[in-house]
Design a protein around this ligand. Structure first.
Ligand code: AMP
Length: 190
């Protein structure tokens, strides 16, 4: 079966979660957000959640083995899915390599990486704005928000080169209104 597997990429505050909801609806794909999965673990008070919480509230990445394990389990649980939207995963080259080999073992692969491009000051504004109402601790402090953006530049942005080398990178202008950005994503998916 040919699945559509989309990496929805971009820095924190780029709109990955918001846009995922539209794409899930439109294309009938499964949403896989490692941030949501980790927050679920924290809410349930699991050991994994307790260990991740400290790193997350400092704006640092959790270890690759943790998120790779969570994603592998979800992929294996849904063999009949039409495809997946990966939101906030992969965030390191090691995660991308693990994802490629897991998908390959399941007889599929990444279709495209849609990379939302947003200016840094706009990200800080959006995240702190969200923090006022979302209850997300890591959105409330400017220091943590800037640390998350730095982690993105240091460890995550290099993934654009990784997918570009596979001919799968599609940069998308992530500035402006939500509907306009959705329209750009839909056009890129084709
Ligand atoms: P997010 O909801 O995607 O913004 O993720 C919130 C936090 O969860 C991040 O700042 C990281 O601490 C952690 N996290 C989420 N996804 C990953 C990932 N793929 N690799 C490492 N850490 C992650």
């Amino acid at each position: 079966m040919n699945k559509t597997n989309i990496v929805l990429f971009g820095p924190p505050g780029a709109g990955k979660g918001t846009q995922s909801a539209f794409l899930v609806e439109r294309y009938g794909l499964e949403h896989l957000s490692t941030g949501d999965l980790l927050r679920g673990e924290i809410k349930r008070g699991t050991e994994l959640g307790l260990r991740a919480q400290e790193l997350m509230s400092a704006g640092e990445l959790v270890p690759d083995v943790v998120v790779v394990g969570m994603i592998r389990n979800r992929l294996r649980e849904r063999p009949d899915a039409k495809g997946f939207i990966f939101d906030g995963f992969p965030r390191t080259i090691a995660q991308a390599e693990a994802l490629d080999s897991t998908l390959k073992a399941l007889g599929t692969e990444i279709t495209v990486m849609l990379s939302l491009e947003v200016e840094e000051e706009e990200l800080v504004k959006r995240l702190l704005g969200r923090g006022a109402t979302s209850g997300r601790e890591d959105d409330r402090s400017e220091e943590v928000v800037r640390k998350r953006i730095k982690e993105y530049h240091d460890k995550t942005a290099p993934l654009k080169g990784y997918y570009d080398a596979q001919g799968k990178l599609r940069p998308i202008d992530g500035m402006g209104g939500i509907a306009a950005i959705t329209a750009r994503l839909v056009e890129a998916i084709g």
